[in-house]
Design a protein around this ligand. Structure first.
Ligand code: ADP
Length: 367
């Protein structure tokens, strides 16, 4: 555990970057520091590995004041990843990753072996090992940065906007990769970002800071989104906080209708007089094919020859309410098709059923 015990950082010019910060970073979890530019995130992070020393207060690493540990020893147990990866341009990828093991005096073969293993772990082709950083894309370089930070297997990882300089698609895959790695490695991670979406995606706990290095709120993402501590936090979370929050609400209790699906082999004559404007058409395996507008049906034949409207689906019991809501956006009927893990249709969540579920969530937030 990392403890900020009333930590203040005053720079020589008088700027108070961090003011009496009290914060606990639990072992084996991802704690995200998020807030607007200049709120003291980087300063807070760098005080942990003593790249910056606190002016007042103490930072404890498993109960030991970091000021009593000499910086090289301290940093051996703390991996550090920064925005532009910070790779050595004239060293091959494998040697970049092996930097710390070399410093620790490992023999070359063992260090390189470890580096190769890590490259694979972070999702890089071992064929990249012999290249130089400039021969890699931004996203690949970030992966190398993560591999390098993990090389000596430090229990703590500090990450300062590590994914901010890559495009959104690569960024999303790096975030997924980090979560996957963390599920295996259980590091104590302090992750700095200015991006609230990234914060709620990655954080077990999210610390929202405001300028001056004040802790505005510390909470797990669902709590943060449901109950922002004050107007500053609410504003920082943004207008679509309600939508984001739905990612954490299970679709349990969402009413599904089984009577709105029809097999594609159905003869249209059987559907005449149906009161529902839209029906979800499924194949012989119960997999969704699309929506049919009952009012536009031809005189005869089966549904097989009819052009269907696009549909959105979500995995019932696994996706969140947000997944269900997103699925409705694609459907002309306003309903979302619920499927099971193997893709078979379980029913339709109508717009009304979703509204009911959303009302319950809103009621919960007011309670
Ligand atoms: P963030 O990471 O949240 O953007 P920083 O920790 O980098 O914030 O900076 C916090 C505040 O401290 C800002 O006002 C910044 O200008 C100031 N600051 C950062 N480094 C220095 C420094 N070396 N000297 C003086 N002021 C600094």
């Amino acid at each position: 555990m990392i403890t900020f015990d009333g930590v203040t950082k005053r720079y020589p010019d008088g700027t108070v970057a961090v003011d009496n910060l009290r914060l606990e970073v639990p072992t084996g979890e991802i704690t995200v520091l998020v807030g607007p530019s200049g709120c003291g995130k980087t300063t807070s992070l760098r005080m942990i590995n003593r790249m910056i020393d606190a002016t007042e207060g103490r930072i404890l690493l498993d109960g030991v004041d970091v000021k009593t540990i000499d910086p090289p020893t301290l940093r051996r147990g703390i991996g550090y990843v920064i925005q532009q990866a910070g790779l050595f341009p004239h060293r091959k990828i494998v040697d970049n990753v092996a930097t710390v093991p070399y410093l620790l005096g490992w023999d070359r073969r063992k260090a390189r072996g470890r580096a190769m293993e890590l490259l694979e772990r972070v999702g890089l082709d071992p064929g990249m090992a012999g290249r130089y950083p400039f021969q890699l894309s931004g996203g690949q370089q970030q992966r190398v940065g993560v591999a390098r930070a993990l090389a000596a297997d430090p229990p703590v990882l500090l990450m300062d906007e590590p994914f901010s300089a890559v495009d959104p698609v690569v960024r999303a895959s790096l975030q997924e990769e980090l979560l996957r790695l963390q599920a295996e490695l259980n590091k104590t991670i302090v992750f700095v970002t200015h991006d609230i979406d990234e914060a709620v995606k990655l954080g077990d706990r999210v610390a929202v800071l405001r300028v001056g290095g004040h802790l505005a709120q510390l909470a797990d993402p669902p709590t943060l989104l449901a109950r922002p501590a004050d107007d500053f936090v609410a504003e920082f979370l943004g207008r679509d906080r309600g939508i984001r929050r739905l990612s954490f609400v299970s679709d349990e209790g969402l009413r599904l209708r089984a009577d709105l699906t029809v097999p594609v082999s159905t003869d249209v004559s059987a559907l005449r007089g149906t009161a529902e404007p839209w029906l979800a058409v499924v194949d012989a395996d119960d997999r969704p094919l699309g929506w049919v507008a009952v009012g536009d049906l031809p005189e005869s034949g089966t549904l097989a020859g009819i052009r269907l409207a696009p549909y959105g689906s979500f995995v019932s019991g696994r996706d969140s309410l947000r997944g269900a809501l997103d699925a409705t956006l694609l459907s002309p009927s306003g309903g979302a098709i619920a499927v099971d893990d193997s893709g078979r249709v379980r029913g339709v969540a109508t717009r009304e059923a979703l509204d009911e579920a959303l009302d319950r969530v809103a009621g919960g937030a007011r309670a």
